[in-house]
Design a protein around this ligand. Structure first.
Ligand SMILES: NC(=O)c1ccc[n+]([C@@H]2O[C@H](COP(=O)([O-])OP(=O)(O)OC[C@H]3O[C@@H](n4cnc5c(N)ncnc54)[C@H](O)[C@@H]3O)[C@@H](O)[C@H]2O)c1
Ligand SMILES: O=CCc1c[nH]cn1
Length: 483
C-alpha cells in the first residue's frame, strides 16, 4: 500500500520537492514495504522554511487571539473529520494498530488544537500597583519555534507542539522523525485548509543533521524536541549556545508501584497498558513494575494469562491489539535487551522472542525477579518488555523508584488514600498517575524532571514555554534625579 505525499516538504503554504536531498524512505514495519520515498531538506530548503516562518510570524502575532483561535478550531474539526484516513496513515508509517491510532493519535492532536484555540483569547497579563507608579505585563510570542519529533506518536507530537505555539502567536518549522515522516505533512495541509496563513506551519524532512542545522539558525527563538535523552543533551547544548528557549520531552524508565491493598485486576490492566500499548513504544511507560511481595504470585498469574491473550498481527486489522515495532533496527535493539535480561538471570514469565519471521514483531514479554542493578531495570528499552521487581517497604520502594537518572512519570496503585498522596509527593517524576496509568488529557501538563526533560507540554503550563513576559513600567509622577 502506498502513502506517497505530494512532496517531501511543506513550506509557505506550498508543497516543495528538492530531489538533491538524500533519499528518505518510509517503510511499513509490518511488511517491510516502502510506502513513500522522500528527500531530506537541503540547507536551501531549511533556509526557505525558516524565512517563511520569520516573515509570517509578526502579522500572526498581531491578530486578535480569538481570530487565531478560530483558525485553530477549524483545524481541530478537520482533524476529527479525517480521523480515519489519518489513522490509517499513522498505522502505515508507525505500525501501531489501527485500534489505537483511531483513538490516540490524530484525535489527541485535535484535542490540542481545540484546547489552545479556546485558551488563546483568555491569556492576560498582570497589573502591578507600585504605590503611585504602576506596571503591567504583556505576554509576547517568542517568534520562530522549531519542533523536532520522535517516531512513536508522530502526529500527536506535531500537534502538541504546533497547537500552543500557533495559538500564542508563534510560527513553526517542524521536522518529523525520519522514520515516520508522513503525518506531519498531512497536518500542514489541514492547517492550510483551515485558513492558517502561509509560512506559519512548515514541515521539512530529514535525519538528525537537519534537526541540528535548524536549531542553531539565528532566526530561531525556541526549540522543542521530543526524543531520547542522548539527543536531548545535544539539542539542549546547541540551543543554549544561542540562548534559545527549549522544551525537552525525553525518555524515561518510569516506576509503577503496586501495593498489596491494590485492586489486583486494575493493577494488572495498568501494568499491561503501561508496557504493551503501542508495542511498548511510549515514553512514559511504567517499565519498572514494583509489586508488593505478598501479591506477587497472584499478580504474575493474572499478568501472564492476560498477556498471553494479546492479539498480534496486521496492524490495519481493527481486531489486532499489538502491531510491529517501528523498524527493523528497533526490533533488533529490543531483542538484544531481552537476550541481555535472560543472560543476567531475570526470570522470563512470558514472551521473550520475535513473533513470526517477517515484519518487526516482538512478543509481549514479562520478566520477573528483576533486580535494580540489571540493565532491564536501568535502560529505556522502548519495546514490549516489562520488568517486575518485588518490594515490601514503602520508603524502600520509593528510594528504589527514584534511583535513576530519569524522572518522566510514575504510577501508584493502592486503596490507601494517604499512602497514594504520600508516594505521589515523594517520587521524582513530572507526572504521577494514581490508580491509573498513561492517560494524557491535553488539559494536564506533560513532561519530565531530571534527565527526562525540561518544560511542559499541554495544559496551562505550555503558555510559559511559548510566550515571554514583557514588563511595562508606567511613571505617573515626576522623575527623581539626584544630580
Ligand atoms: N517525553 C516525551 O514526551 C516523549 C514522547 C515520545 C518519545 N520520547 C522519547 O523519544 C525516544 C524515541 O524516539 P527517537 O528514537 O525518534 O528519538 P531520537 O532522539 O533518536 O530522535 C528524535 C528526533 O531528534 C532528531 N535528532 C537526532 N539527532 C539530532 C541532533 N543532533 N539535533 C537535532 N535533532 C536531532 C531525530 O532526527 C528525530 O527527529 C525515546 O527515548 C522516547 O522516550 C519522549
Ligand atoms: O510517548 C510519549 C507521549 C505519550 C504518552 N502517551 C501518549 N503519548
Amino acid at each position: 500500500m502506498k502513502a506517497q505525499p505530494k512532496a517531501s516538504h511543506f513550506i509557505a503554504g506550498e508543497w516543495i520537492e528538492d530531489t538533491s536531498g538524500a533519499v528518505l524512505d518510509s517503510i511499513h514495519p509490518a511488511t517491510g514495504e516502502v510506502i513513500a520515498r522522500l528527500h531530506e531538506a537541503t540547507p536551501d530548503i531549511m533556509s526557505r522554511a525558516l524565512s517563511a516562518a520569520q516573515q509570517a510570524q509578526p502579522a500572526w502575532a498581531a491578530l486578535a487571539p480569538v481570530e487565531r483561535g478560530r483558525i485553530l478550531h477549524r483545524a481541530a474539526m478537520i482533524l476529527r473529520a479525517r480521523n480515519h484516513d489519518l489513522s490509517v496513515l499513522e498505522t502505515l508509517d508507525t505500525g501501531k494498530p489501527l485500534q489505537e491510532t483511531l483513538v490516540a493519535d490524530a484525535a489527541s492532536g485535535a484535542d490540542a488544537f481545540e484546547y489552545y484555540a479556546g485558551f488563546a483569547p483568555t491569556v492576560t497579563g498582570q497589573t502591578i500597583a507600585l504605590g503611585g507608579d504602576m506596571a503591567y505585563t504583556l505576554r509576547e510570542a517568542l517568534g520562530v519555534c522549531v519542533g523536532i519529533g520522535a517516531w512513536n506518536y508522530p502526529i500527536q507530537i506535531a500537534c502538541w507542539k504546533a497547537a500552543p505555539a500557533l495559538a500564542f502567536g508563534n510560527a513553526v518549522v517542524f521536522k518529523p522523525s525520519d522514520v515516520t515522516p508522513l503525518s506531519a505533512l498531512a497536518l500542514a495541509e489541514i492547517l492550510h485548509e483551515a485558513g492558517l496563513p502561509a509560512g506559519l506551519f512548515n514541515v521539512v524532512q530529514g535525519r538528525g543533521a537537519v534537526g541540528a542545522g535548524l536549531i542553531t539558525d539565528p532566526r530561531v527563538a525556541k526549540v522543542s524536541l521530543t526524543g531520547s535523552v542522548p539527543t536531548g543533551r545535544k539539542v539542549y547544548a546547541a540551543a543554549a549556545e544561542g540562548m534559545r528557549a527549549v522544551t525537552m520531552e525525553l525518555g524515561g524508565k518510569s516506576p509503577l508501584i503496586i501495593f498489596d491493598d491494590a485492586d489486583l485486576e486494575n493493577a494488572v490492566s495498568a501494568a499491561i497498558m503501561a508496557n504493551f500499548y503501542s508495542a511498548g513504544q511510549v515514553c512514559s511507560n511504567g517499565t519498572r513494575v514494583f509489586v508488593h511481595q505478598d501479591i506477587k504470585a497472584a499478580f504474575l498469574d493474572r499478568l501472564a494469562a492476560r498477556t498471553n491473550r494479546i492479539r498480534l498481527g496486521d496492524p490495519l486489522d481493527e481486531a489486532t491489539q499489538m502491531g510491529p515495532l517501528v523498524s527493523d533496527a528497533q526490533m533488533h535493539k529490543v531483542l538484544g535487551h531481552i537476550a541481555g535480561g535472560i543472560d543476567a538471570g531475570a526470570r522470563l514469565v512470558c514472551g521473550g522472542a520475535r513473533h513470526g519471521t517477517s515484519g518487526c514483531f516482538v512478543q509481549p514479554t514479562v520478566f520477573a525477579d528483576v533486580r535494580d542493578d540489571m540493565a532491564l531495570a536501568r535502560e529505556e528499552i522502548f519495546g514490549p518488555v516489562m520488568s517486575v521487581l518485588d518490594f515490601t517497604d514503602e520508603a524502600d520502594v520509593v528510594a528504589r523508584a527514584n534511583a535513576t537518572e530519569y524522572g518522566l512519570a510514575a504510577g501508584v496503585f493502592t486503596r490507601d488514600l494517604a499512602r497514594a498522596h504520600r508516594v505521589a509527593g515523594a517520587v521524582q517524576a513530572g507526572i504521577v498517575w494514581v490508580n491509573a496509568y498513561n492517560l494524557t488529557p491535553v488539559e494536564m501538563p506533560f513532561g519530565g524532571v531530571k534527565a527526562s526533560g525540561v518544560g511542559r507540554e499541554n495544559g496551562h503550563a505550555a503558555l510559559e514555554h511559548y510566550t515571554r513576559v514583557k514588563s511595562v513600567y508606567l511613571g505617573l509622577g515626576d522623575v527623581d534625579a539626584p544630580y
